[in-house]
Ligand binder design. Sequence first.
Ligand SMILES: [Zn+2]
Length: 303
Amino acid sequence: MATGKSKRGPRFARFLLAGNKSDPLVVLRSATWNYNSIGLFAESEALVVDPGLSPAELALLHARLTTVESPQAPRRISHMVLTHAHHDHIRGGASFEDARVWMPRIAAEKGPEARGRILAAGKALGQRISAEPPDYPWPKVHETFETKASFVLGGELEVHLHFLPGHSNCTSVVVIPALATLLSADYLVSPGVPFCRHEARMFEGALVDLAELVERYSIERLVPSHGPMHLGRAAIDAAISADRSVMAAMRRAVRGALDTGLSEQKVKAAALAAADTDRGHDAGRLAAQDMDNARRILREEQG
Ligand SMILES: [Zn+2]
């Protein structure tokens, strides 16, 4: 409940980055789920990426982006990127009416059943955080892409979108080359406990591709959709390595345990133990995700 007594985050939203002329990136940390709403501005235009979560937080993000370093006229929110179709990420999809909305094609074209499931989960979150109204419509998307896309914000700031499935089958990440910044969506939200909600093998491939993007664009700041930013190449590489290493350790343990004919229960236990050893501690409150990763790897290795 959003009572403010939760140990999982602050009671009020706050800006991790408030944006200024030399670094026009805005990161608003939500009161819920350590969620980061992200914005970027250039000249008379601004971009929002996965804006959320409560109406008050959306209003705060809007106000900041339209007025910061814009003394004469309020800036226009001209673009929105929705990195993937999970319910928290598309929550603000209908809140910025003039924005040109970008989304991976496979995310934008989810069928009626998937949309219903996602919007129902979104409504449940809305009720939990007392959003009024709690529900929201499926976003209207103007620009879809298969592998990559790009646009220029305010006539000067290039923004690149890269499809990177694995966390979900529809996830993408955002690169702002001039700021050496990558917005990683739900990758690296809790390094050491990979946040895989789709296929483990695809997730492992995504981490390889993510490392390649970090190298190609000389990324020095990586902002995930939940939790702390990773600042500096060493920290970014360490976060990617932590997830790759844990996935590899779990997969080795699953293979070994299957080879010796252990029960599924014991195979999963071996995977969890291997993950704990690899990262040097247990998954704590993320134990359910750890178990989920073990289950996904087991399914593939049984394949
Ligand atoms: Zn997600």
